[in-house]
Design a protein around this ligand. Structure first.
Ligand SMILES: Nc1ncnc2c1ncn2[C@@H]1O[C@H](COP(=O)(O)OP(=O)(O)O)[C@@H](O)[C@H]1O
Ligand SMILES: [Mg+2]
Length: 307
């Protein structure tokens, strides 16, 4: 390993294409821990070139994201190149984005994971220079917390946590019955802003209730979807953030009153409903005006190098 790192990396001349899923974090009680990968994908194509940066962006964020080295995919690629032993001379990056930005659907994690996985795939011995543990560590460092990046990397239903040696993840299989529906409003809410609304301390009873519900959610989401309504109850973050997204909290209340397990998706303002195969059509019709409705599946693959 140290031998390899002491020699500069060799980069492939062919393009690589990486597909990364959207993800929904928290799922109610599993604050900063649970992630669910969803079948809505960004695709990044990257190729080494003689010099400079050629960046193109289509789809979500095309009119808003930076077009230089501050672009999140490019930044993640450069951070990864530094860890691999040094950058290639120049880079062409083409992004095709389907994941909406600032909606709590893990767009920043998808961008970061796509960048790191693409940079690693461009390097001839990239997986020897950066293993999956180091990939999760770098992605978590750039994102600030591991829940969405875990789902974007591994797919499925993920649990993420941090120890002294860094972030860890476990991937579980969601029940095939579960059919996520995501309701996306037209307004954005940055994760940083949403985090600012959380209190410094919470009542012990609320913390205890969340711990129990989070444990129950592992059973409900993997094997026992009829427990999802009770298992998605949260007392630690959703209500505190309500003032920043009243329409989302209102929709969640309406869905839950109808027996549909619904939560804020990540830091919001999107709403995640964990419908089942039988209820998905009915659930998708419950939101009314002003919401873009995505009927999705749990993405089983996570970040994938396509070519
Ligand atoms: N595909 C992308 N390419 C470039 N930047 C991105 C991409 N996805 C997200 N970002 C950056 O991340 C920001 C959104 O991050 P965040 O507030 O965490 O919301 P989200 O819930 O969508 O992750 C965007 O405003 C943009 O700056
Ligand atoms: Mg984010």
């Amino acid at each position: 390993m140290s031998q390899q790192l002491s020699s500069p990396p060799t980069y492939r001349s062919e393009a690589v294409r990486v597909r990364v899923p959207a993800s929904s974090a928290n799922l109610g009680p599993g604050f900063d821990c649970f992630g669910l990968a969803l079948t809505l994908h960004d695709v990044v194509e990257a190729q080494v070139q003689a010099d400079g940066l050629a960046l193109s962006v289509e789809g979500e964020g095309a009119h808003t994201v930076n077009r230089d080295g501050r672009h999140l995919v490019v930044r993640a690629m450069n951070e990864c190149f530094a860890k691999l032993g040094g950058p290639p001379p120049g880079l062409r990056v083409a992004c095709r984005n389907a994941i909406p930005h600032g909606r709590g659907m893990g767009s920043s994690s998808a961008a970061i994971v796509a960048g790191i996985v693409a940079a690693r795939a461009l390097c001839v011995d990239g997986e020897q220079r950066m293993d999956d543990v180091a990939l999760l560590r770098l992605a978590t460092e750039l994102e600030g917390h591991p829940d969405n990046v875990a789902a974007a990397i591994a797919g499925g239903f993920t649990l993420a946590w941090t120890e002294a040696d860094g972030p860890h993840l476990i991937r579980l299989e969601a029940s095939p019955e579960v059919s996520p529906v995501v309701f996306v409003p037209s307004t954005e809410l940055s994760t940083r802003k949403a985090r600012g609304l959380l209190p410094r301390t919470v009542p012990h009873a609320d913390a205890a209730a969340n711990a129990g519900r989070a444990a129950l959610l592992v059973e409900a989401l993997t094997r026992n979807p009829e427990l999802l309504l009770v298992a998605t109850e949260d007392r630690l973050h959703q209500d505190y953030r309500g003032p920043a997204m009243p329409a989302s909290l209102d929709l969640i209340q309406r869905l839950r009153a109808d027996g549909v397990p619904a939560t804020v998706s990540g830091a919001g303002p999107s709403v995640l409903a964990l419908a089942t195969r039988d209820t998905v059509e009915k659930v998708a019709g419950l939101a009314g005006e002003g919401w873009r409705v995505h009927r999705l599946s749990v993405d089983p693959l996570g970040a994938t190098v396509l070519s």
